[in-house]
Design a protein around this ligand. Structure first.
Ligand SMILES: [Zn+2]
Length: 327
């Protein structure tokens, strides 16, 4: 499905059948001699078919089309190798494109996935290995691509539109939003979504994504924005209201975790199984593995945030990381 947002700017709704996200929004800026495609969909036949149809309908020449990924997730970067032409420039942030190159290399990739599985098991997720085998990043190993690295403040000019790159780490380490100051449009990628909350997850011990995410929400809060164009679901017309809701959501999730820990120490997987999730499955046991994976990663991100602010402590419980309230 294609919507024209204003002349020369299109929202392309690319289907993700069977995925709880339902679809991904790509945005296309169509110029006279150059186009820019923002995000690409997954490496799946349904996504390829949708792009082929839309590009034919809009008369898009891929040789004149550059691509920008807001972040490395496979529903955003997955079709870059399929859609890029030898003449295309492909833009992405330093952190996310480095990670994609690492995953495209077999030794880097196997080290990454085994570290991830070990970390999951250490956090009580005993089916870690099995969950990874269904992970889209694992199943569709990224191809090596030469990216044009964008930094915070980089401007990309296309057809008289100037897009400012704003680094907004949180949903991924190198997530980037694009801001068109003239038209007051924010392309928010997976940073701000309307009907669903962006997944903020952690499966390592070396950073604090929830802290980064909350700071990144503040970073865009005061921008003059008439319309926020997210990567999934509906357009947002009051980004400040949505940011306040998202902050509240994370605050409630932290409070939920603190309440669970009042009953005693627990590992992250255990805590995830005792929380309330906004999913159609009522029982934790019924959650599909990928959902359990996302939920556990989300809990670990919140625990990291709570530990770093001194509200929770973490310790080794014979090979399993346990969390408790400070004594
Ligand atoms: Zn994402």
């Amino acid at each position: 499905m294609v919507d024209q947002i204003f002349p020369g700017l299109y929202r392309l709704e690319i289907p993700l059948p069977g995925n709880p996200l339902k679809s991904v929004n790509s945005y296309l800026i169509k110029g006279t001699d150059k186009n820019l495609l923002i995000d690409t969909g997954m490496n799946r036949p349904e996504c390829k078919k949708a792009f082929n149809q839309i590009f034919q309908e809009l008369n898009i020449d891929l040789h004149q089309t550059d691509i920008l990924i807001t972040h490395l997730h496979p529903d955003h970067a997955g079709l870059v190798p399929y859609l890029k032409s030898p003449h295309s420039r492909v833009y992405g942030s330093r952190a996310d494109t480095e990670m994609l190159s690492n995953l495209s290399d077999s030794s880097g990739s196997s080290q990454y996935w085994s570290d991830l599985a070990d970390f999951a098991v250490q956090n009580g997720f005993l089916e870690g290995n099995q969950a990874i085998s269904t992970h889209p990043c694992f199943k569709f190993k990224p191809e090596h691509i030469e990216y044009d690295v964008i930094e915070d403040g980089t401007n990309i000019d296309i057809n008289g539109i100037s897009l400012k790159c704003i680094l907004t780490p949180g949903h991924s380490r190198g997530h980037v939003c694009l801001y068109d100051e003239d038209k007051q449009i924010l392309f928010s990628g997976g940073h701000i979504l309307a009907e669903i909350t962006p997944n903020i997850a952690l499966f390592s011990n070396d950073y604090n994504p929830l802290h980064d995410y909350l700071q990144s929400l503040d970073k865009v809060f005061n921008l003059e924005v008439r319309m926020t164009l997210p990567s999934h679901r509906s357009i947002i017309f009051d980004h400040q209201e949505r940011i306040s809701e998202l902050k509240k959501h994370h605050q409630l999730r932290c409070e939920d975790i603190l309440k669970i820990l009042e009953y005693g120490p627990a590992n992250a997987y255990d805590i995830a199984s005792r929380m309330t999730w906004d999913l159609k499955h009522y029982q934790w046991e019924e959650f599909p593995l990928p959902q359990k994976w996302l939920a556990t990663g989300e809990v670990i991100a919140h625990l990291k945030y709570l530990c770093e602010s001194g509200r929770v402590v973490e310790y080794d419980g014979e090979g399993v990381t346990l969390f408790s309230l400070p004594v």
